[in-house]
Design a protein around this ligand. Structure first.
Ligand SMILES: [Zn+2]
Length: 321
């Protein structure tokens, strides 16, 4: 039995995985090799950052292949990554490079879909494991060469380390994720009027879609400093009372979203047009009239259901009573 207890709120997608990553055993190449040949092991085929998915009556499910039927794909896989152990099996991701998608789709009796498209329809644990696989594959594909000497790197530790092939160098590189802050800024009026929150729309977003502000953390910066800097840069608003609310892996392509609440004393906005095409302050009542992300009929839309932005907005609306 897995002893992994997930402390992430159930409303946060992609962070609900319950695999035991076996970080104390996966550096043992012999152990990994035995698992690859074990009939109890399971394999998740991937093709060009898309995951193998099969439609069922109750909705889409990830294709999880049993070891005997995955032997051919295993031999063709350009990357085989140990993800972890569930209650009875080792789970591996396979990265396939076949030219012919339809032939590959026939072999897995499913189709290859982008997680951004299928994620909100999958069970939380499956979406989380696919997000993990996607993040790992992206990291491997972008670390094929040593950052110090430029020579090729090779995979070790079941895919949780790449080592420079030069004996003189031998630099080890571990999988990375890029921290990004995302924050719901609220304004609390001096009088008894309703609180409002700041939402904005990026220049390339679909019309009417609004979300919380966000940005990458820079070197030498705390998370709280990053929150304050991003809100000031993008919207011209100074914030304080910055509190942590939760986190979410966001492998599109390689982020870890760190969610915050912050408070603004002022409401006047000065938008950076490179970052925001529009922004405004909204009451909970106004937000309750917003439609769903992707709904063509809705004039104003909330962030995607699978995003931490939506989690922050929903949490804030619920608190307003
Ligand atoms: Zn090197």
């Amino acid at each position: 039995m897995s002893d992994i207890v997930n402390p992430v709120p159930a409303a946060l997608s992609y962070g609900q995985g319950a695999l035991d990553r076996a970080s104390d055993r996966r550096q043992n190449a012999e152990w990994i090799r035995d698992l690859l040949h074990s009939r109890s092991s399971r394999f998740l085929p991937n093709w060009r950052y898309r995951h193998a998915v099969r439609e069922h009556d109750e909705g889409p499910r990830a294709v999880i292949m049993e070891q005997p039927s995955a032997v051919d794909l295993l031999s063709e896989s350009s990357l085989t990554i140990f993800l972890g152990l569930n209650e009875s099996s080792a789970i591996f991701a396979l990265d396939l490079e076949a030219d012919d998608e339809s032939e590959l789709a026939d072999r897995i009796e499913g189709q290859f879909l982008d997680l951004r498209r299928v994620g909100p329809s999958l069970a939380a644990d499956e979406a989380s494991v696919l997000a993990y696989a996607r993040g790992m594959i992206y990291w491997h594909r972008h670390h094929g060469f040593c950052g110090r000497c430029g020579r090729p790197t090779t995979l070790e530790h079941g895919g949780h380390l790449r080592r420079c092939s030069s004996a003189d160098c031998g630099k080890e590189t571990f999988p990375r994720t890029d921290p990004a802050v995302i924050m719901l800024v609220e304004h609390v009026p001096e009088d008894d009027g309703p609180r409002r929150c700041l939402l904005g729309r990026g220049p390339k977003w679909p019309a009417g879609t609004f979300s919380t502000l966000a940005g990458f953390v820079e070197p030498g910066e705390s998370l709280e400093q990053a929150v304050a800097r991003e809100v000031l840069e993008e919207a011209g608003v100074a914030v304080d009372q910055i509190t942590y609310r939760g986190s979410q892996p966001w492998p599109f392509p390689s982020s870890l979203m760190l969610g915050f609440r912050a408070r603004s004393r002022a409401t006047e906005l000065r938008l950076d047009p490179d970052e925001l095409a529009d922004a405004g302050w909204f009451t909970a009542q106004e937000l309750s009239a917003f439609g769903e992300w992707g709904d063509r009929d809705a004039q104003l839309k909330l962030p995607r259901r699978d995003s931490i932005a939506r989690f922050l907005v929903d949490q804030w609306i619920a608190e307003q009573g």
